[in-house]
Design a protein around this ligand. Sequence first.
Ligand code: SAM
Length: 313
Amino acid sequence: MTAPTADQSAEQLPRPTRLSDVKGWLFTTDQLLFDWFLAHQRDRSASGDLLELGAYMGKSAIFLGARLGTGERFTVCDLFDSPAGDDSNSQEMKRSYSTLTRRAFEANYLSFHDELPTVLQGLTSIIREHVEDDTVRFAHIDASHLYEHVHADILAVRELLKDDGVVALDDYRAEHCPGVAAATWQAVATEGLRPICISGTKFYGTWGDPGPYRTALLEWIKATGGIWHEVQYINDAPIIRLSAKTAAEPEQPVSRHRAKPAAKRPAATAPKASAARPAPRHPARGLALDLLPPIVTRALVNARRKRKATAGR
Ligand SMILES: C[S@@+](CC[C@H](N)C(=O)[O-])C[C@H]1O[C@@H](n2cnc3c(N)ncnc32)[C@H](O)[C@@H]1O
């Protein structure tokens, strides 16, 4: 592990007001699946630690951190601004993550949480020196997308996961990273990884029994509106394909920088609406939405969208 090397001043550090302000890749279907797996485990008292290999600016880490149970540990591992270990990984870093810094990750994370997770700055190959075997209930592999790294990450995570722990593998089918696809399906074919489900961007599997997860997931999909799914078979084992077509996103972590409503002024001194900046169409409504908990806000926004859609027909 190395110390942070970032040279950003405090003013340059990010102050996201919502998760969507944080650069990264965690789409609605995967947010729903992360949320579902973690809640399903919690409901069955299946406690355990969380792990993320590849945190970038913190988007998925912030989301995971909001689902951490009492007494559970969350570890993230990323190179951040440290040099990679080989030429291909260095090129990958330069091409895709050149603006990344550990301080930006930490500023983003602390915008949503009081405490940082355990942050390991270095190659993911160090992970087993820092996380005990059989302790993790959910691991997200999203670091290097090169075959040899992903293959090693999968083998490490196999040891770190508890019996019924779940691994999510990012970009298992993207055109720009065939090595992730190769490592994923190799693990299925020869290393005991058993698929549960896939989204357009992530593969979810376990080295335990996938049956109870699949059954419960199908029940949840059917009971939840707006999620398309089908079941296909690979080597006689079912795998669920799903996509959140119109489903509402799950509860979002709340930022401490969330836009605050302006303080009320006495009527006599309130400024007139400026011609250059027209007042919002429904100022009171916008204010109310900002003050409500996100789950209520989302329900109101969805209801409003539906009303609009019906009116526009
Ligand atoms: C795709 S990004 C992670 C995105 C993040 N999980 C999200 O959803 O926003 C990949 C990250 O992996 C890190 N990385 C790449 N190669 C690595 C390696 N060999 N060891 C550790 N981290 C690595 C990069 O620094 C980058 O932050």
